[in-house]
Every structure is written in structure tokens, then in C-alpha cells.
Design a protein around this ligand. Structure first.
Ligand SMILES: Cc1cc2nc3c(=O)[nH]c(=O)nc-3n(C[C@H](O)[C@H](O)[C@H](O)COP(=O)(O)O)c2cc1C
Length: 176
């Protein structure tokens, strides 16, 4: 049995939802599993954990700077522990943009850090127009319109492939 920590960086909670699903898979497979939010001032000790998973969403073309800071501060532990990274973004709803070598955000992100996670996954995000504030809603609708995505301001679109999430949870539970 391993003690796995799921560290997540989220704005609207979808990355947390994915972490919770991954955690449930890990628990079912007999592991101990904890959740830890990553924010600008969060400081916590990764030493007690023997598997580390970091998940982060993309807003306006980037993962938040706290994610890079946290990874750089903990790179030695990450590099010497079984570790995984996953990203959540709307572009990944397209099958040809949901792998580490085809998703532009993840390619750039991994090139900018020294940590080489053993596992990487990318999941389509959730577009929840009714909860966004005016400017976020307007801009994300424009971006979606440019990318051929849905723009109905009264609707919510969950692009996450939950079977892929479960499969990743299983991989996390079994890799060494
Ligand atoms: C204001 C805003 C900006 C976003 N920018 C991008 C973007 O640049 N690229 C992209 O692929 N997805 C973008 N997204 C989609 C998010 O990645 C998606 O909603 C994700 O599920 C958010 O996860 P979170 O709730 O954990 O933050 C954006 C969403 C919002 C609301």
C-alpha cells in the first residue's frame, strides 16, 4: 500500500473534481490517498508521501505560476519519488490535442521545468458559462467561437473523458 498525495491547482473546482475521482480509484485499489490544494501561499511537506500527483488547469494560456514555483521548490523529492502530472484545459477536448506531445500548454510547461514526471495525462476541462463573471464569460466564449467550440452562455459543457480519468487513476495506483 502506498500513501499518495493529489496536489491540485484550480480556479472553478474542476481539477479538484478530477483529483477526487482519482483519489476514489486509489482508495478502491487499497492505497491511502490525500488531497492538498496548491495556492500562492501554500507550503506543505511532501516527505510523508511515496507517490505524488500534481494536477493543474489552464487559464488564459497558462498553468498558474504557483504550480511552477511549487515544482521547482520540490524538484528533488519529485524526481526521486514516483510522480505524475496532469493538466486540464479546453483545448484537450480535441482528441488530437490531448497527449503530452500534442497539447501545446503541456508541451511548453514540461519544457520549462526540470521535473520529468513518470506519468503525464491531459484531460478536457469544463466550460460552465453560467458561473463565469462577465469578462471571463465574454472572452472564453470568443475563444471557444474561434476554436469551433460551443458558445451558448446558458449552458455547461463537461469535456472530461471520465473513463480516461479512471484509467489514469488505475495507472497511478499500480506504477512504481
Ligand atoms: C477565464 C477562462 C480562461 C480559460 N482559458 C483557457 C485557455 O487559454 N486554454 C484552454 O484550453 N482552456 C481554457 N479555459 C478552460 C479551463 O481550462 C477549463 O474550464 C478547466 O476545466 C478549468 O479547471 P478549474 O475549474 O480546475 O480551474 C479557460 C476557462 C476560463 C473560465
Amino acid at each position: 500500500m502506498a500513501h499518495i498525495v493529489f496536489v491540485y491547482s484550480t480556479v472553478d473546482g474542476h481539477t479538484l473534481e478530477i483529483c477526487e475521482r482519482l483519489r476514489q480509484v486509489a482508495l478502491r485499489e487499497g492505497h491511502q490517498a490525500s488531497l492538498q490544494e496548491l495556492t500562492a501561499d501554500s507550503e506543505f511537506d511532501l516527505e510523508p508521501f511515496d507517490r505524488i500527483v500534481i494536477g493543474a488547469s489552464v487559464r488564459y494560456g497558462k498553468h498558474r505560476p504557483d504550480v511552477t514555483r511549487f515544482i521547482n521548490e520540490n524538484v528533488n523529492k519529485l524526481q526521486t519519488t514516483s510522480s505524475a502530472f496532469f493538466s486540464v484545459n479546453a483545448v484537450a477536448r480535441k482528441p488530437e490535442k490531448c497527449e503530452a506531445n500534442s497539447n501545446p500548454y503541456v508541451k511548453k510547461f514540461l519544457e520549462g521545468i526540470t521535473w520529468k514526471p513518470s506519468l503525464v495525462a491531459i484531460f478536457g476541462g469544463k466550460i460552465d458559462y453560467p458561473v463565469y463573471r462577465f469578462w471571463d464569460k465574454t472572452i472564453i466564449r470568443f475563444i471557444m467561437w474561434m476554436m469551433g467550440g460551443p458558445t451558448d452562455p446558458n449552458s455547461t459543457f463537461d469535456f472530461t473523458n471520465w473513463e480516461k480519468v479512471d484509467a489514469f487513476g488505475h495507472e497511478i495506483s499500480t506504477f512504481q
